[in-house]
Design a protein around this ligand. Structure first.
Ligand code: AHG
Ligand code: MN
Ligand code: MN
Ligand code: MN
Length: 335
């Protein structure tokens, strides 16, 4: 019954009561929710706002920034500084970490990808915002990069907003994954996808096939076997999808299973892969594991990777558990 749904705010309050929390996490989530709603509005406006297109600048990773990459970064920074819960923030679009001035109770660190799927902004395909929340390490008096270099297993919460045919916010605090759909008419996220779980098996995979000539043997073998379909060693047909927004791929996998790969290959190996560990791979790996899936570099669990720098990249293979395990096995056979 639609009128019996609960809002994200009520969900957080229920969790707070269940866990005997102080309310500081609920407060901090309120700012994330508001920031995502504002970004959703900007994305939804499309060409009407005059904010499509390139900004004419590059980020620290050498990527061309879109106007909405920068705007989303500013919105997320500003809204999340207001509550005073964070001691510092870091983002894909900022070279260095930022202390939050005037933080009254800054016990947390926020890492984010303000707009994921940049190449899709101007063509009305789903994009999103990814975030990861860490605790400020004990005794850290200054906000330096080192405070942010924590393994993914240390995350206390992670989530994403997807700005698609509907806007959703998907969240984990370490006890399962829940999805909330934005009711635009009342401006509230409503719990529509409780306890999201990923089917263990799948017949769908996602990879940028234009990079096939660079792939390592285990990835090539896996894709070849999928493509061979019912006549091949897998004995079943597979479907392929590539949206080029990680947020959209992860959301599809949470809804109906699948495997997503942005592996290390001969061309990106020197950089460590393409996707960034701290604000793309780690939050998504946390969500995927909490939904019963798996997330691997091909050679180990993503959440166990020890970060050495803020914008570090990492190979990513995530989704339905049996497929990720199979891919990890293929890597082990070739290494
Ligand atoms: P971002 O837009 O935040 O820089 O991230 C883009 C990422 C990710 O969303 C997607 O999976 C991948 O890059 C797409 O890469 P290709 O351009 O190689 O398809
Ligand atoms: Mn980018
Ligand atoms: Mn991204
Ligand atoms: Mn981005």
């Amino acid at each position: 019954m639609p009128y019996q749904r609960i809002t994200l705010t009520h969900f957080l309050l229920q969790e707070q009561r269940r866990l005997g929390g102080t309310g500081s996490f609920t407060g901090l989530m309120t700012d994330i929710i508001f920031a995502c709603k504002m970004i959703s509005r900007e994305v939804n406006q499309g060409a009407l706002s005059g904010n499509l297109g390139k900004a004419g600048s590059e980020n620290v990773q050498g990527e061309e920034q879109k106007t909405l990459d920068i705007l989303s970064n500013e919105i997320f920074m500003h809204m999340n500084a207001l509550g005073g819960a964070y001691a510092g923030m870091a983002s894909e679009e900022m070279e260095d970490v930022r202390p939050v001035h005037g933080a009254v109770d800054g016990k947390y660190l926020l890492l984010f990808d303000p707009l994921d799927g940049s190449s899709n902004i101007d063509v009305n395909i789903s994009v999103g915002t990814i975030f990861s929340i860490l605790r400020l390490p004990e005794g850290a008096s200054t906000i330096a990069e080192a405070a942010f270099l924590q393994k993914g297993v240390k995350q206390i919460a992670a989530g994403y907003a997807i700005y698609g045919s509907s806007t959703m916010l998907v969240l984990t605090t370490g006890s399962g994954v829940n999805g909330f759909t934005l009711d635009q008419s009342i401006g509230m996220f409503m719990l529509t996808h409780p306890n999201m779980t990923i089917p263990t098996d799948t017949q769908e995979f996602a990879i940028n096939a234009s990079r096939a000539r660079h792939w390592e043997p285990p990835v090539r073998r896996y894709v070849d076997e999928c493509m061979a379909g019912a006549e091949g060693p897998r004995g079943k047909d597979f479907n392929m999808r590539w949206v080029a927004s990680m947020v959209a791929e992860v959301h599809r996998i949470l809804c109906r299973g699948g495997v997503f790969m942005y592996p290390a290959d001969a061309e990106n190996q020197a950089k460590g892969g393409k996707l960034r560990l701290l604000y793309e791979a780690n939050p998504m790996a946390f969500i995927i594991e909490q939904a019963g899936g798996a997330a691997s570099t091909g050679r180990g669990r993503i959440l166990d990777v020890a970060p050495t720098k803020l914008h570090q990249r990492v190979p990513v293979i995530l989704g339905s558990r049996n497929e990720v395990t199979r891919l990890a096995g293929y890597h082990a056979e070739y290494d």
